[in-house]
Design a binder for this molecule. Structure first.
Ligand SMILES: C[S@@+](CC[C@H](N)C(=O)[O-])C[C@H]1O[C@@H](n2cnc3c(N)ncnc32)[C@H](O)[C@@H]1O
Length: 243
């Protein structure tokens, strides 16, 4: 069990946090990775400098400018139509960056057209995401990498709140799924830093049910939380080795 019920094939997975509260999700994205450790780890496991990268389930495109700093091209793909215009507004005027409507199961990209396929807390939640893995392998060039970032519910207080909020979520089952699909795993702990306690409370309120959110708020004495992430990577075959 992953704790998430998958919708019928072809329909996006409901993401209440960003669908219903995009402004608070923006506050959350700004708070995340305050020490840069997650992006540093990502760059170490899969560099995108000078390469073509797709961000699958890009939401309002928050991470596209970071990729655009040194990628050759950046494509954000998002299935929820209301999020596409804000994502396009964010990257307006950035050369080589675009946002397309589409989903992990049907990427609007040609075969073998990108070097890195990235997804952060989007679609790839474990069992059931096989169609998206196959689709990513289709669009990756030989030797390219699919990199999936999700939250590590085994780490710290944030992990404990996740498990309390999603009692059927089984982090070990998700890891076994990715391992069986040929992914490598890197763990990172990153700091979320909020400007004030109002922002902290609002973000906890879109991530957890009211009971867990209120308890979590009481357990954070200041403005920061350590949050564990998992980085799952799988390389596309690099082609025939002759000899
Ligand atoms: C929690 S948000 C994360 C957004 C973005 N990756 C970020 O970190 O800011 C999850 C995103 O996945 C998208 N999503 C849902 N179903 C999807 C699918 N089948 N394929 C691709 N993305 C999907 C949602 O619409 C939403 O934008």
């Amino acid at each position: 069990m992953t704790g998430r019920r998958r919708p019928p094939p072809g329909e996006p997975i409901p993401s209440p946090n960003i669908w219903q509260w995009p402004q608070i999700y923006e506050v959350e994205n700004r708070a995340q990775d305050a020490d840069g450790s997650l992006f540093a780890a990502l760059r170490e496991v899969v560099g995108w400098a000078g390469r073509d990268i797709v961000d699958i389930g890009c939401g309002t495109g928050f991470h596209l400018p970071e990729f655009a700093r040194d990628a050759r091209s950046v494509t954000g793909v998002e299935p929820h139509p209301p999020l596409v215009p804000p994502a396009r507004d964010r990257i307006a005027g950035m050369p080589g960056v675009r946002v397309l409507e589409g989903s992990a199961e049907h990427l609007p990209l040609p075969d073998r057209s990108v070097d890195v396929a990235h997804a952060r807390t989007a679609y790839f939640f474990g069992p059931g995401c096989g169609p998206g893995i196959s689709e990513a392998m289709r669009v990756l060039r030989p030797g390219g990498t699919l990199v999936v970032v999700d939250l590590d519910a085994t780490v710290g207080e944030y992990g404990e709140w996740m498990r309390a909020d999603l009692p059927h979520y089984d982090p070990a089952a998700v890891e076994s799924f990715f391992a069986a699909q040929g992914f490598d795993l890197t763990r990172v702990v990153s700091r979320w830093e909020f400007p004030d306690r109002r922002a902290l409370r609002a973000v906890l309120g879109i991530e957890f049910g009211p009971r867990v959110a209120e308890r979590a708020f009481g357990q954070v004495p200041g403005l920061s939380i350590d949050v564990g992430y998992r980085i799952h990577t799988r390389r596309a075959p690099s082609g025939l080795v002759l000899g």
